[in-house]
Design a protein around this ligand. Structure first.
Ligand code: SF4
Length: 223
């Protein structure tokens, strides 16, 4: 059986012959030029295109021998890693950049998180999201770590996930007054998750350790 080719960031498809690759599109913000480049590469190598839940465009059905060339032709685009034990994605809503309901700049905060953590290797997979208000269009409710904009700052949520054992995230910190403090709390949570070295979603760890203890960790104390 063929396997995913992790060093090429390619995923074997159901036919066990072809591969999918995914250029990274931070915040799902793209341009006509970037979409034209992706479309040109897809046409050249006979790939189909799929919009992903991680706010990217996947190229499906590539022959193994075309993977390197396709990545070369996607020049200037980073490679996403939508598989394996790592930070899979940072899902980001439009926030105050363009949404009339936005209360915080989710794009600015989310792009900083994306820059710091996208594809970072971890003990297990972890998804992040940032929503600009409590309407939660970026689905903080089912993300491992998430920020929600409020009129006074940010709520930090932890422990959500989808999958076969779905779980809703829980409120860890309320109305964090600055983006800087919110990002610092997330850094502490990710470092704690790494230190635990467990092959499970962070929500399971939160259940084991207790929300209060995890709150102390996020605030810079120790568990
Ligand atoms: S979560 Fe709020 S700010 Fe973000 S897109 Fe939805 S309504 Fe707009």
């Amino acid at each position: 059986m063929k396997l995913d080719i992790s060093d090429k960031e390619a995923i074997i498809q159901r036919d066990r012959k072809t591969y999918a690759i995914t250029p990274h599109i931070p915040a799902g913000l793209t341009t006509p030029e970037q979409l034209e480049q992706i479309a040109t590469v897809a046409r050249r190598y006979g790939a189909r295109l799929k919009l992903s839940s991680g706010q990217r465009v996947m190229l499906l059905g590539l022959a193994e021998e075309d993977i390197d060339s396709a990545w070369n032709d996607l020049e200037g685009m980073r490679r996403a890693r939508p598989f394996g034990p790592c930070i899979r994605s940072v899902k980001i809503c439009p926030g105050t950049e363009c949404c009339k309901r936005g209360q915080q700049d989710s794009v600015a905060a989310g792009l900083k998180l994306d820059e710091r953590y996208q594809a970072k290797i971890l003990p297990w997979k972890l998804k992040i999201s940032v929503s600009g208000c409590m309407n939660d269009c970026a689905e903080a409710c089912i993300k491992d770590i998430a920020l929600l904009g409020t009129s006074k700052g940010w709520h930090l949520q932890v422990g959500g996930n989808g999958g076969s054992a779905p779980r809703l995230s829980r409120r860890l910190l309320e109305h964090i007054p600055s983006e800087e403090e919110a990002l610092a709390a997330i850094e502490r949570l990710i470092n704690w998750f790494i230190s635990q070295n467990r092959k499970c979603r962070i929500g399971k760890l939160v259940d084991e350790v207790g929300l209060e203890e995890v709150r102390k960790i996020a605030l810079g104390g120790s568990a």
